[in-house]
Design a protein around this ligand. Structure first.
Ligand SMILES: CC(C)(COP(=O)(O)OP(=O)(O)OC[C@H]1O[C@@H](n2cnc3c(N)ncnc32)[C@H](O)[C@@H]1OP(=O)(O)O)[C@@H](O)C(=O)NCCC(=O)NCCS
Length: 167
């Protein structure tokens, strides 16, 4: 079977209900307790980077980016949530959303994208582990899952300290 075509468009206000439903399907009830969720609550969503992926009129996946400060620096983003409906998993939807978001983030001059996730999935997009203790989130995070991709070689090194939402 060939992969479906995922039509991507920037997230709009009219997508709220469909996104809430998708979050329940992709993450389940534990999603509000996550540390990354706590940062995102206080951070502005970067609308131009945050996309929904559709198959016909069905929401298959979505990605969001939030503007953050890391210590003194503000040219960073927190990726998440990335959600793919289990029904459409493994068919390139996650890849398409990540590649689109990273390409736009780079073009807009951001230096770093952080996320909390599985390295075996995200390393294919250039993410690496943040050295333990370099960057902190306001809550518990498994250091093996704090990942970053730098758009300027060596940029990750300058980001040190606490992550805060840039409202
Ligand atoms: C993780 C997730 C976003 C991947 O999206 P997707 O559209 O299924 O992924 P893609 O089709 O782009 O890639 C599929 C590949 O990634 C691999 N993969 C998926 N999740 C993985 C993980 N956690 N670790 C390692 N590999 C993973 C698949 O095995 C597959 O490998 P293959 O290409 O060798 O067959 C999706 O499964 C999902 O929404 N999961 C629940 C929510 C979540 O964990 N979000 C991420 C944290 S914010």
């Amino acid at each position: 079977m060939t992969n479906p075509e995922f039509l991507m468009r920037p997230e709009g206000r009219e997508d709220v209900q469909a996104l809430n439903d998708l979050a329940a399907r992709a993450f389940g009830p534990g999603r509000f307790a996550r540390t990354a969720h706590r940062v995102r609550e206080s951070a502005a969503v970067v609308k131009a980077l945050s996309h929904t992926a559709w198959v016909g009129d069905e929401l298959a996946g979505s990605i969001r980016f939030a503007a953050i400060n890391v210590g003194e620096h503000s040219d960073a983003l927190l990726l998440g949530p990335l959600m793919v409906d289990p029904k459409w998993a493994g068919q390139g939807c996650g890849r398409a959303l990540i590649e689109k978001g990273l390409e736009l983030a780079k073009a807009q001059g951001f230096a770093l994208v952080l996320l909390v996730g599985d390295l075996p999935y995200y390393e294919r997009f250039g993410f690496q582990r943040v050295p333990p203790g370099q960057i902190m989130l306001p809550g518990p995070v498994d250091p093996a899952r704090l990942l970053g991709v730098e758009f300027i070689p060596g940029a990750l090194k300058k980001f040190e300290g606490m992550v805060q939402g840039e409202a």
